[in-house]
Each structure stands twice: as C-alpha cells, then as structure tokens.
Design a protein around this ligand. Structure first.
Ligand SMILES: [Zn+2]
Length: 272
C-alpha cells in the first residue's frame, strides 16, 4: 500500500484526470470543472490512459474505490452486481497499467467565459506573489506543464496570486480567482526526469516515472504588457477604496470552467 504523498506544506495533492492539473484538495477541477479530481496517489493508475471517456459519469466513484483498494485484480474484486461497463473499465486499467508510462493528453483549447472582454495592461502586485517553480522567484501567474516528446501533456500545475492590471486611462482592474497563464514571451523549456526538484514543487510524487520537457510560462510583477481576458464585474474590494468611493472596483474573477486567461501581448502581436 502506497502512502499518501504530501506537499511541502503537508497537504495532499489532487490531480484532475481529464486535464492533468495538479491542485490543492477539491471536489471539482479548479480549471476545467471536471469531477474526476482526486488525490494523485489514488488516480495514478488512471494516468496511464489517454482516453478518459470510459471513466466519466457515475462509474468514476466506483473505479476510484477499486483503485483505492490498491489492488485492481479484476476478477477477484468485481462482484456480480457490477455492470459490464465498469468491468471493462477496470480490465482496461489493468492493460494500460502494464504500459508503465503516463500517457500524454491533448488539452482542449481554453475558451473565454461568455461575455468576456480583453484588457491590455501591466500587472502590478496586489497582496503578494507566488514562487516560480523554476527559480522560486516572485511571479503573479505561472503555468508549468510536463510534456512528452510529442508535446502531449503528462502533468501540469497552475499558480496565481490576485493582481492589479494597470489599464491606460482607467482605474486598475483586480484579476483574481482561477487565472491561467497561456503563454510567455520566452517560454522556459527544461528537460526533467524523476526526482527533479521542480517536479517535487509541482506536487509530482517522487516515485512517479515521469520524464519530459517542463514548459513554464510566467509573469512577474511589473512585467510586459499583458492581454487579460475575463468577465468584468463590479465588486466591493476594501483594499481598493482609495481608487474609488466605497471600494467598488472593476474585477475579473476566474471561476472553475472559465478561468481568466492571461497572455503576453507581444506574442499575440507577433502572431498577427
Ligand atoms: Zn481539469
């Protein structure tokens, strides 16, 4: 029986089986809102899959229950009452497990929330920063993905701290909630293998057989001009009371399934 893996803060790391996002404990993936999110140690067998369709829906809880039993010796475990779909799922699990390599997945394109607008500006620190996986330096938004040779995503992590977007000719906009970095002017690409400290900081269990390219995109405070896409709302933010009466501020708040999207504007310009 494997022991639960712990984060540096002593918290369990959850993994979304659909989009491979490592994240703090949750019942729903913070980014894609999938329910198939569970402790990474529990779902590690599922990461050998490329196709998760079979696992969706109500079978999910049963399959995780099987895996939680640490053994997936199918014929012994499966009582007669269990449906054939689940039997097939567990059978496939056994087959895929033998491949012994985490299968890369292609992420669906990120789509902006309905009613979203794009603002351009420079990110300023609000309350604080998060530390970069690469060099632990202060960043506001970061996305790190381990990809295989074909560019498919094995595991990834996304971090952000609320920040103020300084927009020309208007009050700053508070960007908070689920925030996803989609590009960087200089995407750092580092070869990583099991035991790499950066993988450890991402929350990848130390005994995970994982190797590939780590691609990191991040934005530091006062960095380049960004394109930030999200739904603009008015919210009361006490800390912004000096900007407007009563602290009513313009806020872009990212939610599960519709994160605020952040990209480097220079890249967009280069692509046009
Ligand atoms: Zn997800």
């Amino acid at each position: 029986m494997r022991s639960a893996v712990c984060h540096s803060e002593g918290m369990s790391v959850f993994c979304c089986v659909e989009c491979r996002l490592l994240q703090p404990p949750t019942t729903q993936c913070v980014e894609c809102a999938a329910g198939m999110t569970a402790p990474v140690e529990l779902v590690r067998e599922l990461l050998y899959y490329r196709d998760t369709k079979l696992l969706r829906g109500r079978d999910w809880s049963l399959i995780t229950a099987f895996i939680a039993g640490s053994s997936i010796a199918m014929p012994v475990l499966a009582p007669v009452a269990i449906g054939s779909a689940i039997a097939l799922g567990v059978h496939k699990l056994v087959l895929w497990r033998k491949k012994r390599a985490v299968a890369g997945v292609t992420l669906p394109p990120l789509t902006a929330a309905e009613g979203a607008t794009t603002l351009y500006g420079v990110a300023r620190k609000f309350r604080g920063t998060v530390s970069s996986l690469v060099d632990t330096g202060p960043v506001l938004v970061e996305h790190a993905a381990v990809k295989d040779k074909r560019g498919a995503v094995l595991l990834r992590r996304s971090e952000s701290a609320p920040f103020l977007l300084e927009v020309e000719g208007a009050a700053p906009v508070l960007v908070t909630g689920v925030t996803r970095m989609t590009s960087a002017s200089v995407p750092a690409r580092i070869q990583v293998a099991r035991g790499d400290e950066r993988l450890g900081r991402m929350g990848v269990p130390a005994d995970f057989a994982i190797a590939g390219n780590l691609e990191v995109a991040s934005v530091a405070p006062d960095g380049p001009v960004l394109a930030v896409t999200g739904v603009l709302e008015d919210e009361a933010v006490a800390e912004l009371a000096f900007h407007r009466d009563g602290g009513q501020a313009r806020v872009m708040r990212g939610r599960a399934g519709s994160p605020v999207l952040v990209s480097d504007r220079r890249l967009i310009a280069a692509a046009l």
